[in-house]
Design a binder for this molecule. Structure first.
Ligand SMILES: Nc1ncnc2c1ncn2[C@@H]1O[C@H](COP(=O)(O)OP(=O)(O)O)[C@@H](O)[C@H]1O
Ligand SMILES: [Mg+2]
Length: 316
């Protein structure tokens, strides 16, 4: 699939001297839901803000649908909708006014039918004449999405759309995002919730300390997660894996107390049955068994466990 966003060697050093992005290379396929996952301070907001033209890069290039975000700023920006991490709304405006005004900012002609559709899709139609200050936090967040969609962008960025949002609203936001994708909008969302990336994304990128450390199709990531470890606790410690078990890829732990067998739960033949038969033949008696499945959580923790000095500020 063609990529709608192409990022090459992107760098951002803030005026403070802090390097928030360290040579990012990333392609985002057209029509995908892409989740950018990373701990606080990883550089997610900086990356999004650079793509959306809010923060200037100090090196590298970004193209949105072939338009350079600097030399061809207007064309690039008109394709992009952004729902920022911080909610900013004008308390005394109505829902209708604020959303239609946003469209005007992009130089698009009035289109009441489009604004109506956006408000209906986000269940805001009944609230169109309400002032923003009368809305709940969740409704305000929907207004931010409506604003971002007012000029019919092809690419929508959602920066931590569900941070601090209750479970019910989170699920309804996911529905909104899925239906946008069904209409051909590419969605890039940042999150530090694994569950969100797992539920929503076609593709997942992990960013840590200003570097992309992994980009993968979610399904492939999930297959890898099918890997399991079976631990066999022995009644009596042994010195080495018995000859009768040599056909099985077993590891003995340091104390000689447990054998560890790794297999993929998705495989037709896991080898577990013959392993147990051979254990019996070898005369090994078991005290206990357990299995453990690696999770996205573990992969994530492994990837980001070496925090860089000076990058520990928590801005949540
Ligand atoms: N205006 C700024 N000046 C200096 N450092 C900044 C600025 N904005 C963000 N940072 C730093 O850049 C790093 C990345 O921040 P950010 O992109 O907001 O991360 P995330 O969105 O992943 O939490 C953090 O260490 C943050 O403190
Ligand atoms: Mg952020």
């Amino acid at each position: 699939m063609a990529s709608i966003i192409s990022i090459r060697n992107l760098e951002k050093r803030y005026d403070s001297g802090f390097q928030a992005l360290k040579g990012i290379n990333l392609d985002i396929p057209d029509g995908d839901i892409f989740a950018l996952l990373g701990p606080n301070g990883a550089g997610k907001t900086t990356l999004i803000n650079v793509i959306c033209g809010i923060v200037n890069p100090t090196g590298g290039t970004v193209e949105a649908a072939g338009h350079d975000i600097i030399s061809d700023y207007r064309a690039a920006r008109s394709l992009i909708g952004l729902v920022p991490q911080e909610l900013t709304t004008d308390a005394f405006e109505t829902v209708w006014a604020t959303v239609s005004f946003s469209r005007g900012l992009f130089g698009k002609p009035r289109n009441s039918a489009h604004i109506e559709k956006v408000l209906r899709d986000l269940s805001l139609w009944d609230k169109r004449d309400n002032m923003l200050m009368t809305l709940s936090g969740g409704m305000k967040r929907r207004v931010m999405i409506a604003k971002a969609l007012s000029h019919e962008p092809r690419i929508l960025f959602l920066d931590e759309p569900t941070a601090g949002v209750d479970v019910e609203l989170r699920r309804s936001m996911w529905e909104v995002v899925r239906s946008l994708r069904a209409h051909g909008v590419t969605i890039i969302l940042t999150t530090h919730y694994l569950e969100e990336a797992e539920q929503m994304a076609d593709r997942i990128g992990v960013i840590n300390a200003g570097e992309i450390v992994l980009v993968e199709q979610k399904n492939e990531l999930m297959t890898k997660l099918g890997e399991k470890r079976l631990t066999l606790q022995l009644q009596e410690p042994i010195e080495q894996v018995p000859e009768a078990l040599s056909a099985h890829a077993l590891e003995l732990d340091d104390a000689g107390q447990a054998l560890v067998y790794t297999y993929n739960a998705n495989d037709k033949r896991t080898g577990i049955n013959s392993l147990f038969r051979d254990l019996d033949h070898a005369g090994l008696r078991l005290r206990d068994v357990d299995t453990k499945q690696s999770s996205l959580e573990e992969i994530f923790v492994d990837l980001v466990k070496a925090p860089t000095a000076g990058n520990t500020r928590n801005d949540a």
